[in-house]
Design a protein around this ligand. Structure first.
Ligand code: SF4
Length: 284
């Protein structure tokens, strides 16, 4: 495997004391791996923390009361249903923008427990509208993909099985089509971490993530090919490290200091929340 080497020691390791798991860097080392950048191809922009929803699992704790913002652009399924945002679908269609939208569950109560009251029916209405604009139709180049994440302190089911079930049920019950479903573990940060701690589930959840460590998932991790920039221009290896306040490669850098993408081979800063990306089939 291309990730030979020793431990990636960052000062952030073990910052989540009490997680009752071996540190992520130690697990990588035990498998003879280290987490280094490949070719960086993606710039992810976190435009800010203001959101019309305040989902229970949100790792950046976004919500209607947050003021951190880069610009006035933001999008999710329910915001596309708002009266003064309806033109966004037309804009996306005209520019051939692919859409990846959170749709956690086929069960209304579960979805709303996670993302707020009324979210389920608004999401269905928006998906139908996206289909009307050509999104998600078989053979359509207008990509519509969904993301589902568990509603509690457990790992997601197999992605392939979940995709079949979501495609069958959404089509049969509501006539809705989409292309692919991604299933992800919730990352133990922000609002979700607080809920885990308060409900006494934190240690058990971390153990589940750590025991699901899949060394084959390391090669496809998004931090190997992505840079995340926050609303102030600071750079991070991914949006989860942004939420945890861990700068790219462990060193504070501003986007204005960068002549180009980071070099292949740079170490990625890791911490124990990285276990959420390497559990099961992984988070790429
Ligand atoms: S949280 Fe995931 S994407 Fe971010 S640095 Fe860790 S493994 Fe990479």
């Amino acid at each position: 495997m291309a990730f030979e080497g020793n431990v990636v020691d960052r000062q952030y390791e073990n910052q989540e004391k009490g997680s009752a798991v071996v540190s992520f860097s130690t697990t990588l080392a035990r498998h003879g791996l280290e987490l280094k950048r490949g070719v960086t191809t993606t710039l992810q922009i976190n435009v800010g923390l203001r959101c019309n929803q305040a989902c229970r699992h949100c790792h950046v704790e976004a919500g209607p009361d947050r003021t951190e913002m880069m610009s006035r652009v933001r999008c999710n399924l329910t915001v596309l249903a708002e009266e003064n945002r309806k033109e966004l679908i037309e804009v996306c269609q005209a520019h051939r923008v692919g859409i990846v939208a959170s749709f956690p569950s086929l069960d209304a109560a579960q979805a709303e427990a996670q993302r707020g009251r009324g979210v389920f029916s608004k999401s269905l209405a928006t998906l139908k509208r996206l289909n009307e604009f050509g999104y998600g139709r078989p053979g359509s180049e207008l990509e519509l993909n969904l993301v589902s994440n568990p509603a509690g302190a457990f790992l997601p089911v197999s992605q392939a099985e979940a995709q079949k079930r979501f495609q069958r049920d959404l089509d049969e019950r509501w006539g809705i089509r989409f292309h692919h479903l991604y299933t992800f573990s919730n990352v133990p940060l922000g609002r979700f971490r607080r809920w885990l701690v308060e409900s006494g589930n934190y240690g058990k959840y971390m153990q589940k993530l750590a025991s699901g460590f899949n060394p084959c998932a390391v090669g496809g991790l998004m931090c190997r090919s992505l840079v995340s920039v926050d609303w102030n221009g600071n750079l991070f290896d991914c949006d989860f490290n942004l939420a945890a306040g861990i700068y790219m490669g462990g060193r504070k850098r501003h986007v204005s200091e960068m002549a180009g993408p980071p070099e292949p081979g740079e170490l990625v800063a890791t911490s124990d929340h990285c276990y959420a990306c390497t559990a099961g089939s992984g988070f790429s």
